[in-house]
Write a protein that binds this ligand. Structure first.
Ligand code: NAD
Length: 501
């Protein structure tokens, strides 16, 4: 592994960069070259407490800042991000590896949540009832929680934190963001942008670290909620530990997304979309398609069309206009190629072999090419496990019923897609499928910012999805105020339960 110009990264607390003092560090790598690009401090519990304290200290003033002023800062953040989104995309590509256009797309989808949160004055409106009882009025309001913790995965260094923090901040909360230690620079960059936008110090803090920081957030009484996105075992741990400490928790987990192709579908469209959804971002998306379910007698044709198209894909350094970049780490790459080996050994046909692909990159990057496995069965590890790489497994079934059973028997329920020209089949599918996000002829059905994002079953622990009105609800709590003014009839002492008159 080559080492070039290694940056020393920091935390971001109370509006400024803070050097790590724990003595623990992680290497951040450029996945396209394999070079170590930065050293990242991993926070101790004491450093985590300092970040939480900074957020707690900033909360009262931020909560009391008018909605008008808070949203002005959101609008400024939006303008700055629009002007400089290219810088953020470059940082993402340099640490995650995804190609620049994909990184730009991620930033754009995150920006949509900022835009949604700019509407917070409307979203926070409560309701009121006049004269609910004689001279008694009732109104409901929603108030911020306090310090909120966000723990994000490596695969969307900007977008996933942005699912949460624009809404949390606009609603009057203060934030401690713990980004993935593999891709920390996007979070630090966004912290500087907030400062430039005029956000008061301490409202947005970045705590770099690993399990120790996560556990500090989960156990701190100052932290009122946790928004987590990552793999299922950690999501479950975060949900169980956070709720045991009395917090509200939304913990989004892993996925195994199926794309069903019915015999009447446009197979050219299906082949294109299977490639886009299976190999985009090297399969490192929680909404990536990893299981392609071919119904009836179309499998040979579909596999052939995908295999032909795969030959035209260029895999390499994300800065070189390639279609697909590397995996995030060497270990992730080895894990992916290990699954391909295991699938082949278990009897799958390797129709396109990413282990032997050529890559357009210098150095020793973490590459695996697009891989298509045919004749995969439900007992193979390539089907049972979330591979999180550019591996598309084809399962062959005879009927729609078998396809839906396959999906509904799977422990995950994040995203799914159906390709068909039959409106009745589509309607039946959206009704019957036990998955949180469904696409009809749309392979990656990521909801708009004003809808909510979230899966079912092992893809989400908790009952609240990310962003949209569910996000506003998550980052606020309700209060109902009952008032009596100008009541001429003072009723005197009455120890009975209040009755409406
Ligand atoms: P991960 O679970 O390894 O890490 C996620 C976060 O948890 C990181 O910040 C990490 O530092 C922290 N963490 C890791 N191990 C921990 C531990 N033992 N205790 C406490 N915290 C710990 O996930 P990842 O590899 O960064 O991301 C990929 C996973 O995220 C995939 O499973 C993918 O499906 C999932 N994901 C899900 C969604 C969704 O919306 N459901 C979105 C993006 C990614």
């Amino acid at each position: 592994m080559t080492t070039t110009e290694t940056k020393e990264l920091t935390h971001w607390v109370a509006g400024k960069p803070i050097e790590g003092t724990s003595g623990r560090f992680a290497d951040v790598t450029d996945p396209a070259t394999g070079a170590v690009s930065a050293h990242l401090p991993l926070a101790s519990a004491g450093e985590a407490a300092a970040a939480i304290d900074a957020a707690a200290a900033a909360f009262p003033a931020w909560r009391d800042t008018s909605l008008a002023r808070r949203t002005q800062i959101l609008f400024r953040f939006r303008e700055l991000l629009n002007a400089r989104s290219g810088e953020l995309a470059e940082l993402i590509t340099a640490e995650h590896g995804k190609v620049l256009s994909d990184a730009a797309g991620e930033v754009a989808r995150g920006q949509e949540v900022v835009e949604f949160a700019c509407g917070m004055p409307h979203l926070l409106k409560g309701s009121a009832t006049e004269n609910a009882s004689t001279s008694v009025d009732v109104r409901s309001i929603r108030q911020p929680l306090g310090v909120v913790g966000i723990i994000s995965p490596f695969n969307f260094p900007a977008m996933v934190p942005m699912w949460f923090f624009p809404i949390a901040i606009a609603a009057g909360n203060t934030v401690v963001l713990k980004p993935s230690e593999k891709v920390p620079s996007a979070a630090l960059w966004m912290a500087e942008l907030w400062k430039e936008a005029g956000l008061p110090d301490g409202v947005f803090n970045v705590l770099n670290g690993d399990k120790e920081s996560v556990d500090a957030l989960l156990s701190s009484p100052e932290v009122k909620s946790i928004s987590f996105v990552g793999s299922t075992p950690i999501a479950r741990h975060v949900y169980e530990t956070g709720t045991a400490h009395g917090k509200r928790v939304q913990a989004l987990g892993g996925a195994k997304n199926h794309m069903v192709v019915l015999p009447d579908a446009d197979l050219d469209l299906a082949a294109d979309q299977a490639i886009n959804a299976g190999f985009g971002s090297a399969g490192e998306r929680c909404m990536a398609i990893s299981a392609l379910v071919a119904v009836g007698d179309i499998a040979d044709t579909l596999v052939d069309k995908i295999a032909q198209r795969s030959k035209n894909l260029r895999t390499g350094d994300g800065r070189r206009s390639c279609d697909m970049g590397p995996l995030v780490t060497r270990a992730a790459r080895d894990r992916v190629t290990g699954y391909i080996d295991a699938g082949e050994a278990a009897g799958a046909t390797v129709a396109v072999d990413g282990r032997t692909a050529q890559f357009d990159a210098d150095g020793d990057g973490f590459f695996a090419g697009p891989t298509l496995l045919d004749h995969v069965t439900t007992n193979m590890s390539v089907y049972t496990d979330e591979i999180f790489g550019p591996v598309l497994s084809v399962l062959r079934v005879d009927t729609y019923e078998e396809a839906i059973d396959l999906i509904n028997s799977n422990p995950y329920g994040n995203g799914t897609a159906l390709f068909t020209n039959d409106g009745g089949a589509a309607r039946r599918f959206q009704n019957e499928v036990e998955v949180g996000m469904v696409g009809i002829n749309v392979p990656v059905p990521v909801p708009m910012a004003y809808y909510s994002f979230g899966g079912w079953k092992n893809s989400l622990f908790g009952d609240t999805h990310a962003h949209g009105t569910e996000g506003v609800h998550f980052f606020t709590r309700g209060k109902v105020v009952t008032t009596r003014w100008l009541d001429p009839s003072h009723a005197g002492l009455n120890l009975g339960f209040p009755q409406n008159t």
